[in-house]
Design a protein around this ligand. Structure first.
Ligand code: MG
Length: 457
């Protein structure tokens, strides 16, 4: 289900008026925010003398704090950690719970059967009753085989006291999905930041994924990058992000290059390669009737409301921000160091506020970008459905790789329309796509369009 119509169990934080002393200082805070007063102790009775030390702790790179020891998990990284909030998923949590009474092998044996039943009857399956928020499985998942494969290297079954953690279960699910998807795959889509390259970076010439992307397309698979980044009428801004890949595509045959697309602004812009450059595909060629029906007045109203909610939320959280407004998106970027939890709170607050309305009946995606919080018009599910229709593939033939599948992430919507793999970083994407390519090679026994894999050349 798309975030726009998802029923979220959100418990908002206590209102500022619940915090002792805050009501008294509201006027003063307002003045501070407007720059009319000197910053001072934020709450009565709270000693602000440590604030500069906190600031230093969250803004200093780990390695500069205490030399090599700072690389341990006990240092500044703990404050900026993304692990806990990035690892929330009711299905994986359910698997973890089962390990209280089952071995990992027993869990996989049971869940594989339940998942098969769910694949056939997603609305009335036993798994759906146990995990009500579970979406669809578009392929069967051979979880026992995936567990055996994982166990071969990590010896999970030899552990007597420590059950698999969230990431280990995520890896097993990914392996099962990769093997299942490889048999009929015709479209792979990648999130960009955090999946193909580090947050805020670009796809440069030495990116390992370039060879893999080309190998997939040479094997006859369509590839698209589906990203929140949106630059209307500025294809060169997209080119800057993927310049390394675009340079490599210049040496590929047209039939291969034609299998590459970029979907920007979650679902608002589609680009293809035309004579070595990225060019927008005319809306009439790919947008659904539903997307074409969005009115500019409604989009403006949605973004106005979102901007107001973002600023109100940031003010409540005492987070100084600057606003970024685009044609189909609005976001805030902190202008002072902060931590992931604050951005998460802000993203969920804005999402809840937009659902509470009154707002135009438009789909939207309010998400924590890791370094910012944005609200985009539409979401990746709508974009992927349009793309799948455009290239002519069905849900079981498509696979999306992304790093943000929690409720505040912008990849979660893709679960509504195709299979997914959930990665934690670009290194994991590289790893899983290598497995996928090996499977496709086994499946085909040869490479589409001839020639060895590009990464082997
Ligand atoms: Mg991402």
């Amino acid at each position: 289900m798309a975030p726009c119509c998802r029923t979220w169990a959100i418990r908002t934080s206590p209102l500022p008026s619940c915090v002792a002393g805050v009501a008294k200082s509201l006027e003063r805070e307002q003045a501070e925010l407007q720059g009319d007063a000197q910053p001072s102790t934020s709450q009565e009775g709270v000693d602000s003398s440590t604030s500069e030390y906190w600031q230093e702790l969250i803004s200093t790179p780990d390695s500069e704090l205490f030399g090599s020891r700072a690389r341990s998990a006990s240092d500044a990284a703990v404050l900026r950690r993304k692990g806990h909030l990035k690892e929330q998923d009711k299905f994986i949590n359910f698997l973890q719970e089962m390990h209280r009474t089952h071995t990992c092998l027993e869990v996989m044996q049971k869940v594989e059967q339940w998942a098969l039943e769910h694949h056939r009857s997603p609305r009335s399956s036993r798994l759906k009753r146990m995990v009500p928020s579970l979406g669809s499985f578009f392929t069967p998942l051979r979880l026992v085989d995936a567990f055996m494969e994982y166990d071969e290297f990590f010896a999970l079954s030899r552990r007597h006291f420590i059950p698999p953690n969230f990431a280990e279960l995520r890896h097993i699910l990914n392996i099962a999905q990769i093997h299942a998807s490889a048999t009929s795959l015709r479209l792979v889509t990648f999130d960009a930041d955090g999946t193909l390259y580090a947050d805020g970076a670009h796809m440069q010439h030495d990116n390992e994924m370039i060879g893999h992307v080309i190998d997939l397309m040479r094997a006859g698979v369509h590839v698209a990058i589906v990203t929140a980044a949106g630059y209307p009428n500025e294809p060169e801004r997209f080119e800057e992000r993927f310049d390394g890949l675009l340079a490599a595509l210049r040496y590929q045959p047209k039939a291969v290059v034609n299998r590459f697309h970029v979907m920007g602004g979650e679902c608002n812009y589609l680009l293809r390669v035309d004579r070595g450059r990225l060019a927008f595909v005319p809306d009439s060629e790919w947008k659904s009737e539903f997307m074409a029906s969005w009115r500019e007045d409604d989009i403006h109203e949605l973004l106005e409301t979102a901007e107001r909610l973002l600023l109100e939320g940031a003010e409540r959280l005492r987070l100084p921000v600057s606003v970024v407004r685009k044609e189909r998106a609005v976001g805030v970027v902190p202008s002072a160091p902060t931590i992931y939890e604050v951005l998460e709170e802000l993203a969920l607050t804005v999402h809840a506020g937009l659902l509470a309305g009154p707002t135009p009946n438009l789909p939207f995606c309010a998400f924590n970008g890791g370094n910012d919080v944005f609200v985009d018009v539409g979401n990746k599910s709508i974009g992927l459905e349009a793309l799948m229709r455009y290239v002519g593939v069905g849900p079981a033939q498509a696979l999306h790789a992304g790093d943000r599948f929690t409720d505040s992430g912008n990849d979660v919507a893709t679960r509504d329309c195709c299979s997914i793999i959930w990665v934690a970083n670009p290194e994991e994407t590289d790893f899983f796509i290598k497995i996928l390519l090996a499977d496709i090679e086994k499946r085909e026994g040869r490479w589409g369009n001839g020639g060895p894999p590009a990464s082997a050349q």
